[in-house]
Design a protein around this ligand. Sequence first.
Ligand SMILES: Nc1ncnc2c1ncn2[C@@H]1O[C@H](COP(=O)(O)OP(=O)(O)OP(=O)(O)O)[C@@H](O)[C@H]1O
Ligand SMILES: [Mg+2]
Length: 226
Amino acid sequence: MLLELNHIEKKYPLPSGKGEICVLKDISLKVARGEAIAVVGPSGSGKSTLLNIIGSLDKPTSGSVSFAGKNPADLNDAELSKIRNLEIGFIFQLHHLLPQCTVLENVLIPTIPFGPKKDEGDAKAAAVKLLQKVGLESHLDYFPAQLSGGELQRTAVVRALINKPKLILADEPTGSLDRESSENLGRLLVELNKVEGTTLIVVTHSSEIARLMDKTYKLRNGKLRT
Ligand SMILES: Nc1ncnc2c1ncn2[C@@H]1O[C@H](COP(=O)(O)OP(=O)(O)OP(=O)(O)O)[C@@H](O)[C@H]1O
Ligand SMILES: [Mg+2]
């Protein structure tokens, strides 16, 4: 197994400071290497919370996570950021691009600290190739403020793929895309899954995207069901 969640519970304090809400209740999940799964569920059901815990951006209130045999809770900050940077590709619901960097520079950011290829030229060529695949070859030098919502999203997707991560966590990756761009992106993710064996966990409201995955889980009332 690449990923195991054991009895995960997540509570958030209420903004009033009085009491808390339990968003995830006793969630257990196993994801094998190379598997592609979709997570669906209503707005506010805890899908982003779940992805953040899987990607060790957030900690569960109780329960444990195992990623490639390691519990993120046992790792120090340097070890954690190395895993996040090299082994996991995040596609966030909000794109989190750096406004002062161009499309190409944004995509290359994850290759800077511990890039597998030290050769800057290789990383750049790989970035340009991926940007071509998502139809952004003419926008390499644009800044985020000059891009449409879908172009921002496609840039964020390429940034998540650039280090060839073992696991891609995608939170509504096609949320602001039209049908054709959404299908293209779905195909790109599935191609990575089939060709590179990349494990995919995709949160989506699109039944077309969900259908492309091996399995679909539904999150509702804090519980995950098939
Ligand atoms: N930091 C936080 N503090 C308090 N409550 C939070 C926090 N983050 C999320 N929540 C609450 O947890 C619930 C689940 O949020 P989450 O973002 O995981 O939902 P979601 O399923 O991703 O929704 P959407 O489909 O709208 O993106 C929401 O009710 C939200 O208000
Ligand atoms: Mg969300």
